[in-house]
Design a protein around this ligand. Sequence first.
Ligand code: ACO
Length: 339
Amino acid sequence: MVTNPSLRPARARVSAIATYVPPRVLSNADLEKLVDTSDEWIMQRVGIRERHVVDPGIATSDLAKEAALIAIQRAGLTPEDIDLIIVATTTPDTLFPSTACVLQAKIGAPHAWGFDLMAACSGFTYALTTASQIVAAGGSRHALVVGADVMSSIIDYTDRTTCVLFGDGAGAVVVEPADDEAIGVLDFENYVDGNGGPALCMPAGGSRMPASTETVNERLHYVKQDGQAVFKFAIRNMEEVCRRILDRNHLTADDIDLFVPHQASLRIIIAATEKLGLPRDKVVINIERFGNTTAGTIPLALCEAHEAGRLKRGDLVLLASVGAGFTVGGVLLKWALDR
Ligand code: ACO
């Protein structure tokens, strides 16, 4: 505990938020034509009715650019003001250069350095954590954090067990020093369990198994998943990460004004929030219209809540994510924006 106020580190706050999804909608009815599935099965198991997907030729940086430019404008800034870009993504435009570099050029942010952060569905919480620490330490004045994925680029649309789950989308926030010490990112909790790797992965295309005719023929450049292992881990750890943050901050679920969980499955969200004792009206759920957009889900849900007037300055917001790796992340913040 730092008792001398002059030594207390500054806080970082989210000063603007924006999102972008590609216009094309892939409904459950569309998927019924591709694989042996049904709207009823998908709604009952995961609560997804439709998801947005890109047209050919559109990449993660294209979605990121749209969200980023709106967020920067909403923060009252121009791209020239941005000094740090972190892009959380599992589907970078290319393995290198990073999507952050591509985005820096696309939005015209000459004073920004940046990098990609790969933590699958925990990408946004990890990136927000990272940026807020750099900002709080004085290393950045105007950081841009983007969670963006084109999951349709790594989904096997002949595999009914995975293709119904994911969609494409992006969200961006600007992170700046807090104007009020009581506002901004208050705490975070991140951890990983690397033993869970095989349960959710894309086997080929990296240094372990470089792309070859065989890897393509064996469809190894697509998402592979042990759904039940992921399901159990996600419920347990969505609850665990929230409890750790609440306990450490001497809070209970009653103190939280809004809970914004990663949107992987309605059943996971409901089970975790019931265990936490959070009433449904404090939980943001929009999975029905977007599916799992990986690093995009939390900013998509947070922005929607903000735009719907569900948040006011000073509200206590809890974000939580679980993703491939396994990665787990939670962020506690006092909302810094007016309604
Ligand atoms: N349509 C119809 N039937 C299907 C479909 C589908 N889309 N997918 C699977 N099935 C069938 C299976 O083939 C199986 O049939 P069988 O009994 O004849 O073999 C049956 O449904 C049951 O399969 P299970 O895998 O046991 O189904 P389960 O109840 O576990 O549901 C699901 C699968 C929805 C994937 C679930 O395990 C889940 O939600 N897991 C979490 C996955 C997730 O959220 N991943 C996202 C990334 S990680 C993250 O973000 C946290």
